[in-house]
Design a protein around this ligand. Structure first.
Ligand code: FAD
Length: 360
């Protein structure tokens, strides 16, 4: 019998899970409160990377995710939202820089040191090259909104449907099994429910007493208007990170730990954008007409220990969750692994440390 699955949330994670479930033969409906990619996926920097993994297991997941991103993007013809030009990183210096490079080498990552003249050859439009930076050529970047929409379009090709503007207000159970959801449009029944609601995942799961502690963080991303091609790599400098999209826009933000507004200083999104534009102008002095076109204030979904949470909920059969930061990087792989887990009970070894049971 065909499994009827509801995926709650049409960000990149829900979209990828929906695609892989539909390819696997499930009857999939995605219920989305606002619109596809209206959450973090549409407000992301979009760097596809395995640069900050902290543990060997998380490095393996992130490195596998880069390969999976290629596979999925090629398979569904999603070339437009994705670029594969690598990254140049020097956010830290001195001992911290050395420690980061040593860690990447210990993980066996494809990272190499580049000096100032090498940097100039790679990115001639970027001023003030660092004496040394780390080049990671396997990395890339994606327009999160474009990739989410491409995944949903591919899922639709396998029969999945998306209902936008439909908020899931509760999860319905019978005995110890999920039987569907309540929504702003009434009840919907299903054999399985997948919660992929990003920052809202903990709150939705709490309605059936399933624990997913989150520590979400604000993040602000600024876009310029489209420019002629001037950059190839993702540039990760100490005071600004920036990259160019295939459509010519430059996307910029600040380091992860300081990537929000400085609320102590009463900083507004417009103040933040003006600050980032000044920093961008300093890095790209030969580029005229750098102007802010849009400012995206988003919430990063961050499970409380910083690692992804992917797996079945304990105590409610048929209920599954997938919440994580770096969901742009991880989304395509997580969709594939979650679908295998849900449809066939085959839990890939890569997911072993990332189940929800660690919070019980
Ligand atoms: C500023 C910023 C920079 C980032 N930079 C990077 C980066 O460089 N690289 C990287 O890999 N990741 C990055 N991330 C993180 C990445 O964007 C997220 O991890 C990823 O987008 C999460 O995808 P998601 O599908 O889980 O959640 P979301 O994209 O947030 O999607 C969840 C969806 O669920 C919907 N929803 C919520 N509640 C309900 C409900 N009750 N009923 C129905 N629908 C509901 C929401 O409307 C939303 O559309 C960044 C994030 C931010 C904010």
């Amino acid at each position: 019998m065909t499994r009827k699955v509801i995926v709650v949330g049409a960000g990149i994670v829900g979209a990828s899970i929906a695609l892989h479930l539909a390819e696997g033969g499930a009857d999939v409906t995605v219920l989305e409160a606002v619109a596809p990619a209206s959450g973090a996926s549409g407000k992301s920097f979009g760097w596809i990377n395995a640069n900050f993994a902290e543990t060997p297991a998380y490095f393996r997941l992130r490195r596998a995710a880069i390969d999976a991103f290629h596979d999925v993007a090629d398979r569904i013809g999603a070339q437009a939202p994705v670029r594969w030009h690598g990254s140049l990183w020097w956010e830290d210096s001195g001992a911290d820089f050395d420690a980061h490079f040593a860690e990447l080498q210990a993980f066996g990552y494809e990272a190499e040191l580049v000096d100032a003249s090498g940097f100039r050859a790679l990115e001639p439009n970027v001023a003030d090259p660092p004496a040394q930076c780390i080049r990671t050529s396997v990395e890339g970047a994606a327009d999160g909104e474009g990739m989410t929409r491409a995944l949903l379009a591919a899922a639709a090709g396998w029969g999945a449907s998306v209902v936008a503007g439909c908020e899931v207000t509760g999860i319905v159970t019978h005995g110890d099994h999920v039987t569907g959801v309540t929504t702003s449009f009434g009840d919907v029944t299903a054999d399985d429910v997948v919660v992929a609601t990003g920052v809202a995942s903990g709150d939705l799961l709490a309605k059936v007493s399933v624990r997913l502690p989150m520590d979400n963080k604000t993040g602000v991303i600024v876009h310029t208007a489209p420019l002629a091609p001037i950059l190839r790599h993702v540039i990760m400098s100490p005071d600004i990170h920036f990259r160019q999209e295939n459509d010519g826009r430059i996307i910029m933000g600040e380091v992860f730990s300081g990537g929000g507004l400085d609320e102590d200083l009463g900083e507004s999104p417009a103040d933040f954008a003006a600050k980032m534009l000044e920093r961008l102008r300093a890095r790209l002095p030969s580029v005229p007409d750098l102007k802010v076109a849009s400012i995206m204030t988003g919430q990063r979904p961050v499970p409380v220990d910083g690692f992804p949470v992917i797996g079945a909920a304990r105590g409610v059969r048929g209920l599954y969750m997938a919440a994580m930061h770096s969901g742009i990087t991880l989304g395509p792989l997580v969709g594939k692994l979650a679908a295998q887990d849900i449809l066939h009970g085959q839990r890939d070894e890569l997911l072993a440390p990332f189940g929800p049971d660690r919070f019980n």
